[in-house]
Design a protein around this ligand. Structure first.
Ligand SMILES: C[S@@+](CC[C@H](N)C(=O)[O-])C[C@H]1O[C@@H](n2cnc3c(N)ncnc32)[C@H](O)[C@@H]1O
Length: 193
């Protein structure tokens, strides 16, 4: 089953909005949205691109403070959106400029069974082609390698590789914390001028 097929299946079969986009822990998802919104406010962001937004779970946490656009590859999310339909896009390049790009678990699922190198290359392609040109701040979450039992369908970032890579393409002030779970990275970074 491909990544897209997995998400389509979740959309059809799950009822809870958080589970519809593939998360299995509702409490942690809420924590992820709350923490992200707080950090975006702390950074002074007035606009955000939610890259891999699902049905837009983050939207209600940021809508009073900033302009929001969500992008996702799954067009079928249109039926269940938690955001106004005109703020959901399914085509890139998207040329508007945002203060921050957010990727909440966009690169966690590895149903395509890519090797670690191939998966990281896909991630890097998105960052370089679609994120660096559009935004100053990068905020992302993803699992990391320090997990005892690894789920073969998920991808686990190597933190050193991730930080080294982001430095190499011009990100500074890279901060990694673990506010959601010990296994989940919360990363924020700024693109240097
Ligand atoms: C675990 S879900 C999280 C959804 C949302 N960020 C949230 O936290 O509610 C990951 C999402 O990333 C999307 N996605 C995966 N790969 C993507 C890509 N290359 N470009 C855009 N979206 C992608 C999936 O379709 C899915 O909606």
């Amino acid at each position: 089953m491909s990544n897209k097929a997995f998400y389509l299946d979740k959309l059809k079969t799950e009822v809870n909005p958080v589970k519809k986009v593939g998360w299995d822990n509702v409490e942690r998802a809420q924590l992820r949205y709350e923490h992200t919104a707080g950090q975006l406010r702390y950074l002074g962001c007035t606009s955000v691109l939610d890259y891999g937004c699902g049905i837009g779970g983050l939207y209600k946490y940021v809508k009073n403070d900033m302009y929001y656009v969500g992008y996702d590859i799954v067009e079928e999310y249109k039926q269940d959106l938690l955001i106004p339909s005109e703020q959901f896009v399914t085509k890139f390049p998207y040329t508007s400029v945002f203060d921050a790009s957010v990727l909440l678990g966009t690169f966690t699922l590895n149903k395509e069974e890519l090797s670690n190198d191939a998966f990281f290359a896909e991630f890097a392609k998105v960052i370089e082609n679609n994120i660096t040109s559009n935004t100053d701040y990068l905020v992302m979450t993803g699992f990391h390698e320090g997990v005892d039992k690894k789920d073969p369908k998920l991808y686990y970032f190597n933190i050193n590789q991730l930080v080294k890579y982001l430095h190499s393409i011009g990100y500074v002030d890279i901060k990694i914390t673990f506010p959601i779970s010990p296994y989940e990275i919360f990363l924020k970074a700024k693109l240097s001028l």
